[in-house]
Design a protein around this ligand. Structure first.
Ligand SMILES: [Cu+2]
Length: 149
């Protein structure tokens, strides 16, 4: 398993600490599933991820691009709202101060890796993940997070 060079943990969303969940064989069924997503200009690979309702997954976000990228999970409405905020120029402060991680968000510098633990909604739905650094969303830097059985 790849060791994160720059780890962001403890991001809210009621995520439970995993300390004490490891077995002698290391991370097993007891731990969250790991989903690796590679970030480049301007896409996420894979561009579609499926999780079970209520499942907690650990996203490992590998920025193989040459600029910083953001990973934000939300409904299409939340994505559009955030995109408008970014376009309005309130962006960086908004990201840094108002909801660092609170909506399932992390910014990854080029060449770095971050992890984000995320618990899916209990009800099946279709969410998006996207990057809202200037111009990235418009360029198509987004993916589909399907929450279903
Ligand atoms: Cu980006």
């Amino acid at each position: 398993m790849r060791r994160a060079g720059w780890v962001v943990t403890g991001l809210s969303l009621g995520i439970v600490l995993l300390l004490g969940c490891q077995t002698p064989t290391g991370r097993s069924e007891a731990g969250p599933r790991t989903v690796e997503i590679v970030m480049t200009e301007f896409r996420f690979t894979p561009a579609e991820v499926q999780v079970r309702p209520g499942e907690t997954v650990r996203f490992v976000l590998v920025n193989k691009g040459t600029v910083a990228h953001e990973f934000m999970i939300g409904t299409p409405e939340v994505q559009e709202e955030h995109e408008r905020e970014m376009a309005a120029g309130t962006a960086e402060r908004h990201v840094a101060e108002e909801h660092p991680g609170s909506k399932g968000m992390v910014v990854v510098e080029p060449g770095q890796t971050a992890t984000l633990e995320y618990t899916a909604p209990e009800q099946p739905t279709t969410l998006l993940y996207g990057c809202h650094l200037p111009g990235h969303w418009v360029a198509g830097m987004r993916g589909v997070l399907r929450v279903g059985a």
